[in-house]
Design a protein around this ligand. Structure first.
Ligand SMILES: Nc1ncnc2c1ncn2[C@@H]1O[C@H](COP(=O)(O)OP(=O)(O)OP(=O)(O)O)[C@@H](O)[C@H]1O
Length: 266
């Protein structure tokens, strides 16, 4: 049996489910980008990474962002998560304009409301898997015992609860990626931002992670997934296509991973 199979995720149904929490209620907006532009550098080195982006994500909505390399996908996610500042335009998280927050207030909002899966995981090597997942909760005042319980539940959801006590350098790349995903989903975050969260995973585990994100959206979170994989975008409600920093197309996904035959902008 392979390591992947050993740590495979306890399954609920893999099929997307109906969203009971938000049905029949007016949509609650979790994220809004209003005319957002991002320019890096200056003078001759200037790069316009995002140009006048408008995007809204409601509670319970799963949005996939696709586009060629360099089209601005990671920049969009970093701005949405308050990790970087816009050059123009405004970003609202649960109605709060990020530009109105101090650095400390932004950090607090991120800890409380936003789960972020970084491309390079961003885990702390001196902590074990559980501690990496529970740390943001503890920093936010959750009692250690409760934070660790929640962390273990998040690790269970991504299929690696048996690795809870391992340090990061004792884990494979795929296992580290699952710890990073557990940290993003722990504590019922209102907004989950995931930047290519399955790159180190085999295709079966990748689909299982999509099912975890789908369930978070079905439970009421707003989910934004950056992906190159059309089959992963098939788990989303909506697919936004970027090219050269602009939204060039949007499509309603069929909630069928096989319905998007190819990435049309690649
Ligand atoms: N910190 C930075 N400084 C300067 N330029 C940057 C920086 N971050 C991104 N860029 C540039 O901004 C543009 C958009 O980059 P971004 O990483 O957002 O694209 P992407 O669609 O996520 O690409 P990929 O799929 O390769 O990850 C690219 O031209 C990139 O080189």
């Amino acid at each position: 049996m392979t390591g992947v199979a050993r740590h495979s995720i306890p399954q609920g149904p893999l099929e997307p489910t109906v969203r009971p929490a938000t049905q029949g209620m007016p949509p609650r907006q979790i994220l809004e980008l209003h005319q957002v532009s991002k320019v890096y550098g200056d003078g001759t080195t200037v790069v316009a990474a995002l140009r006048e982006i408008d995007l809204k994500v409601n509670a319970g909505e799963f949005v996939a962002v696709m586009g060629p390399s360099g089209s601005g996908k990671s920049s969009l996610l970093a701005l949405a998560g308050g990790l970087d500042s816009t050059s123009h335009g405004e970003i609202y998280v649960r109605g709060t304009p990020l530009s109105a927050l101090s650095k400390a207030e932004r950090a607090r909002l991120r800890r409380r409301a936003v789960g972020y899966v970084f491309q390079d995981y961003n885990l702390i090597p001196t902590l074990n898997a559980t501690e990496n997942v529970s740390l943001p909760l503890e920093l936010d005042g959750v009692k250690p015992a409760k934070a660790q319980r929640q962390a273990k539940e998040a690790l269970r959801q991504v299929g690696i609860e048996d690795l809870a006590g391992r340090f990061i350098d004792e884990l494979s790349g795929g296992q580290q990626q699952r710890v990073a995903i557990a940290r993003a989903i722990v504590g019922d975050k209102a907004l989950i931002l995931a930047d290519e969260p399955t790159g180190a995973l085999d295709s079966v585990t990748g689909e299982e992670i999509m099912a975890v994100l789908r369930r978070r959206a079905d439970a009421g979170a707003g989910v934004v997934l950056v992906t190159h994989e059309a089959r992963h975008a098939g788990w989303a409600d909506r697919v936004v296509f970027l090219r050269d920093g602009r939204v060039v197309d949007q499509a309603i996904a069929q909630n069928d991973p096989h319905s998007l035959l190819a990435d049309p902008v690649r």
